[in-house]
Design a protein around this ligand. Structure first.
Ligand SMILES: Cc1ncc(COP(=O)(O)O)c(C=O)c1O
Length: 381
């Protein structure tokens, strides 16, 4: 018998991969409306599409540089300077990625040995722990709690640091809760990482969704010595399926990641890189328009949440609304399944993001207004 590798024993198929298949197989009289996954339904900027079409016809279809085209790296550097006031050398401190998700694997492969400990937020993006397991390192979950605004408890972190973790994943603005970290919190995190010799990776794909204070951990003094940052064009520019992300950090960190990446894939399609370059340089009206659309949607999701009697924070940022179930309804998976089977509306259960997500649900803002209004109607019926 051919057996699976042992490293897969503690890894499950991704929740959405299974659940979306179940939903696709459901036979229903009315279409299921998904408020589940955060996959932007909006169009990219027209000039970005135009660039993609034009450059696709240029005949350049060969393998591309492992480091991405210089022009796109320049644009990434300009984007970081303009949006976060962070300077990054485009030749040495920026590495384009085929989406930031692959970066989580590359970074883990580049820095973790078997048995190394990794600080992972609970709740948090499930890929941090599954990749940690895949590279046979050990997750050390740190609690994020509602009562602490979903920010780390530094006293508890100090205790966990006794186990000498090598990497700490953070993700502010935070998915799934929408929590923001202040400059002061980021400063404390940098100081914590410096003191304990931990590499902090800030996964930062949601800075430009309903957030008027985009922040990079690399803007903190001394951060470049102990921090790297992942960023993504998926949500900011509505090109999730094009797969464009980046990792920013000092040269020797980037070189280690490149050692892994260049052995695993090649640079992304030339036309996509050219179009991504355009996206990174669009003017501010793009960001204003995105904010207006998501703000309108968020208003209706708040009304939907009110109908379901779940509690949310109006100050939260990002692409999701995170909401707490009433006290008598603790099981979020049962709660969302009842709505799915009864009303044909899919919402994500909070417990898939970790034990601290139990009793919460997450609504995605990636559905057009008409669908959100239909959701309201179904719930009111
Ligand atoms: C917290 C977080 N990090 C990373 C990603 C991956 O984004 P990308 O499309 O850049 O791979 C996601 C996508 O949903 C996410 O929610």
């Amino acid at each position: 018998m051919i057996t699976e590798a042992q490293r897969l024993q503690s890894v499950q198929e991704y929740y959405f991969s299974k659940k979306l298949q179940e939903i696709a197989n459901m036979k229903t009289e009315i279409p299921i409306i998904s408020l589940g996954i955060g996959s932007p339904d909006l169009q990219p900027h027209p000039e970005v599409i135009e660039e993609l079409i034009n450059v696709s016809q240029s005949g350049i279809n060969g393998y591309q540089s492992y480091r991405g085209i210089p022009e796109m790296r320049e644009a990434m550097s300009t984007f970081y300077q303009n949006k976060f006031n962070v300077s990054a050398n485009p030749s040495t401190e920026i590495l384009p990625l085929i989406g930031s998700k692959e970066g989580i694997m590359h970074i883990s492969m580049a820095f973790l040995n078997e048995g190394d400990k990794v600080l992972i937020p609970n709740p948090g993006y499930p890929t941090y722990s599954s990749v940690t397991e895949l590279v046979q390192a050990e997750p050390l979950f740190y609690d994020l709690k509602d009562e602490n605004n979903w920010l780390p408890d530094f006293e508890k972190l100090e205790k966990l640091a006794e186990q000498q973790p090598k990497i700490m994943w953070i993700n502010y603005p935070h998915m799934p809760t929408g929590a923001k970290a202040s400059k002061d919190v980021l400063r404390k995190l940098v100081e914590f990482a410096t003191r304990h010799n931990i590499l902090i990776v800030n996964d930062n794909p949601y800075s430009f969704i309903l957030n008027d204070e985009p922040m990079s951990i690399l803007s903190i003094d001394g951060a470049k010595e102990v921090c790297i940052e992942l960023n993504s064009l998926s949500k900011t520019f509505n090109i999730a399926g094009w797969r464009v992300g980046m990792v920013i950090g000092k040269e020797n960190f980037i070189n280690s990641i490149l050692k892994v990446k260049s052995n695993m894939d090649s640079g992304m399609n030339f036309a996509i890189q050219k179009a991504a370059t355009k996206a990174l340089l669009v003017d501010n009206s793009w960001y204003d328009e995105l904010t207006n659309i998501y703000a309108e949607r968020r208003k209706i999701i708040w009304e939907i949440a009110d109908l379901l009697n779940v509690k949310y924070n109006r100050e939260a940022v990002g692409m999701f609304i995170w909401a707490k179930l009433p006290n008598d309804k603790k099981d979020d998976k049962t709660f969302i399944d009842e709505i799915l089977y009864d009303k044909k509306i899919f919402i994500t259960p909070g417990s898939i993001f970790g034990s601290n997500g139990k009793g919460f649900i997450r609504f995605s803002l990636c559905a057009p207004l008409e669908k959100l209004i239909e959701v309201k109607k179904r719930l009111e019926a």
